[in-house]
Design a protein around this ligand. Structure first.
Ligand code: C2E
Ligand code: CA
Ligand code: CA
Ligand code: CA
Length: 279
């Protein structure tokens, strides 16, 4: 019995070592990913519910790992945030997405907007302005061609540094969107403290919707509140025609989800833009 206990302990230690080793390897790989251009962006269309056409695209990060294949952001963004690598990675995302946007606006869709995600860790760990505003000016893109998606938690305990940064974006015309609205926080006061443009209804609300009063209460209230505050509403995770129709009836402005399209490689997204243009 004593022996088996020791084996158990040894197993525990060695699996901990294994986990630590795996983590170190992943960090190494992530450094290499940036240098060796293994990161790619996929683009998910955001559809105007009145027009049924693509108005915007959300840029979503993917990692083309040489051995593991396509790695989803949930599996490496937390690590990138812990190590600070999220700052150069986020910088790459912004530059890549806007470079792509410029091409698409010139060739197919002059009014297209791209949205990029910026996590609280990116705000905390960067020295301030990453040169994004200058970068837009260099490309000749107007500020309002870009939307930055932030989370509620950033606004709840916004430091003055965060507030200043958001202000700078706004002054440059860049639009701000509150992502994952309604998940985890019940405080609403921040909605009037910061000037923002969009609110994204989290997928969980969309999933639980149905055509009875209880089934629409939350999305309906969120849409009403948003409009009162001058915010435009995007619903996330729209997967069925019923959800789309209901959201449209409730006055939701935009929708994004598998019903319309999954996030697509740039070439595939471009093909849809072309088709929409009748090209
Ligand atoms: P998010 O910003 O909330 O992005 C939406 C997620 O929902 C995406 O997952 C998208 O693929 C997924 N989605 C879209 N439509 C549907 C649908 O109809 N049904 C379902 N079930 N899911 C749908 P993804 O691409 O795996 O990204 C996960 C998260 O990783 C993002 O959540 C975002 O928080 C983070 N992320 C992705 N790219 C970046 C980035 O460039 N920078 C930062 N900081 N975070 C990123
Ligand atoms: Ca987002
Ligand atoms: Ca979201
Ligand atoms: Ca506003």
């Amino acid at each position: 019995a004593k022996d088996s206990g020791r084996n158990c302990f040894n197993f525990f230690v060695s699996s901990m070592q294994e986990a630590a080793q795996k983590r170190l390897q992943l960090i190494k790989d992530l450094h290499a990913a940036l240098e060796q251009e293994q990161l790619v962006l996929h683009y998910q269309p955001i559809i105007g519910l009145e027009t049924g056409t693509i108005h915007k695209a959300e840029a979503l990060l993917r990692w083309q790992h040489p051995q593991r294949g396509l790695v989803s952001p949930a599996d490496f963004i937390p690590l990138a945030e812990e190590t600070g690598l999220i700052v150069p990675i986020g910088d790459w995302v912004f530059r890549e997405a806007t470079r792509q946007l410029l091409r698409w606006r010139e060739a197919y869709a002059p009014g297209l907007q791209v949205s990029v995600n910026k996590s609280p860790a990116q705000f905390e760990r960067s020295a301030g302005d990453e040169g994004w505003i200058d970068h837009l000016q260099t490309l000749g893109l107007p500020g309002d061609s870009v939307v930055i998606e932030i989370t509620e938690s950033l606004l709840l305990d916004a430091t003055s540094k965060v507030a200043r940064q958001l202000c700078k974006y706004r002054e440059a015309g860049i639009q701000i969107s509150i992502d994952d609205f309604g998940t985890g926080y019940s405080a609403l006061s921040y909605l009037t403290k910061f000037d923002m443009d969009y609110l994204k209804i989290d997928q969980s609300f969309v999933r639980n919707m149905s055509r009875d009063p209880a089934g629409t209460a939350l999305p309906e209230a969120i849409i009403l509140l948003s409009h009162k505050l001058g915010l435009t509403v995007v619903a996330e995770g729209v997967e069925t025609v019923a959800q789309r129709d209901l959201l449209r009836d409730l006055g939701c402005d935009y929708a994004q989800g598998y019903l319309f399209s999954r996030p697509l490689p740039a070439a595939d997204f471009e093909a849809i833009l072309k088709m929409q243009r009748g090209m």
